[in-house]
Design a protein around this ligand. Structure first.
Ligand code: CU
Length: 168
């Protein structure tokens, strides 16, 4: 019986993992969404996956968020006329498709002079089997590594311990 416990715990962790691994990125961290901030540097070293969320925070009425269609439009700060302008001051964008994404502030001068623009590359969903990059979540018997990669990791650990306690 005891031999099955690690598998059981892993199975439970695997079931919970997809929703738990989705990350929320506060664009610009504590600075938020504003002018004269180096979003290019902010993006560096971060990995964005399908299912993750971008949160644009700013005082309502001061800025907004508009998606742009391509790199050229991004360079020239040309907003897409097809997409709606987000302006709640707490705009959450869920990344749904892999590939490049571009967002700018549509307020006059903010993108061009204030560099209020962000370009990211969205990678496929983290747990998809098509992903070739090694990640902590795909290696077995490392339930505890969730704790380092995401703040909900402790829930899995606690749940695992709970299950073990009940069974043993
Ligand atoms: Cu702005």
């Amino acid at each position: 019986m005891k031999a099955f416990i690690p598998f059981l715990v892993l199975a439970i962790a695997a079931t919970l993992a997809p929703s738990i691994l989705a990350k929320e990125f506060m664009v610009g961290d504590s600075t938020g969404w504003t002018i004269n901030y180096d979003y290019e540097s902010w993006v560096k070293g971060k990995e964005f996956h399908v299912g993750d969320k971008l949160v644009f925070k700013y005082p309502k009425g001061i800025h907004n968020v508009i998606r742009v269609d391509n790199a050229t439009a991004y360079e020239n700060c040309l907003a897409s006329t097809e997409t709606e302008t987000l302006s709640s001051g707490n705009d959450v964008i869920t990344l749904t498709t892999p590939g490049k994404m571009w967002y700018i502030c549509g307020v006059s001068g903010h993108c061009k002079e204030g560099e209020q623009k962000i370009a990211i590359e969205v990678l496929p969903q983290k747990l998809s089997s098509g992903s070739e990059r090694p990640s902590p979540s795909t290696s077995a018997s490392k339930g505890s590594s969730f704790a380092h990669t995401h703040h909900h990791g402790w829930m899995i650990a606690n749940f695992g311990i709970l299950v073990m306690t009940i069974i043993v």
